[in-house]
Design a protein around this ligand. Sequence first.
Ligand SMILES: *Cc1c(COP(=O)(O)O)cnc(C)c1O
Length: 229
Amino acid sequence: MIAKNIESVNQRIADAAARSGRRVSDITLIGVSKTVDAARVQSAVDAGVINLGENRVQELTAKYDEVKGASWHLIGHLQTNKVKYIIGKTELIHSVDSIRLMDEIERCSAAKNVVTDFLLQINVSGEESKFGVAPSDAVRLAEYAANLKHCRLLGLMTVPPPVVNPSANKKFFDKLFEISVDIRAKNYDNISMGILSMGMSGDFEAAIECGSTMVRVGSAIFGKRDYIN
Ligand SMILES: *Cc1c(COP(=O)(O)O)cnc(C)c1O
């Protein structure tokens, strides 16, 4: 079941890339494994989804030990006091949204003598309940990131509202793309805008058409989650 779902998601990614004149190799599939038990997550890795996303630190570190052959992405809100548990275990942190959090990632990464790659999460839809940097603050935070020695800003991430019609989110995906263009134009040292993490099960094709380079897909791979996480 999981292998079949992955095949279908990969085909849909390839079709969306073809439609928008993009190379499929420029798009990375992140399997969102939150709430999914380690054995089922392992079957996704064995079927080729080696990049996995979790939104809780404790769940990520538990599966980090249990699942073999995966690279781990933290995609959910990160509290400053939990940073120390994940440094050295992540391929990419997608959800950085404050200077305080950048400072703590820098401090813990320096202590472990590693470089931690991250994205700035931008609240493009402006929903009050959402985490993320306001679009008007994005350039300021990117400028700050350029001075960090043990972490590296590689792009932007966003989580738009769930919608029935996926193309309704295209305005938010376009906005994230525009913010990345604005930041790139500043030519800051030591940062890149190569990654745009946008698109989930309900809207990843629309996101690819708008320039996404990383899609975070949970339920279309693992099935519907029985509880909210
Ligand atoms: C849960 C989650 C996803 C995946 O959601 P699906 O709709 O199941 O694909 C992607 N991104 C974030 C930040 C999430 O929390």
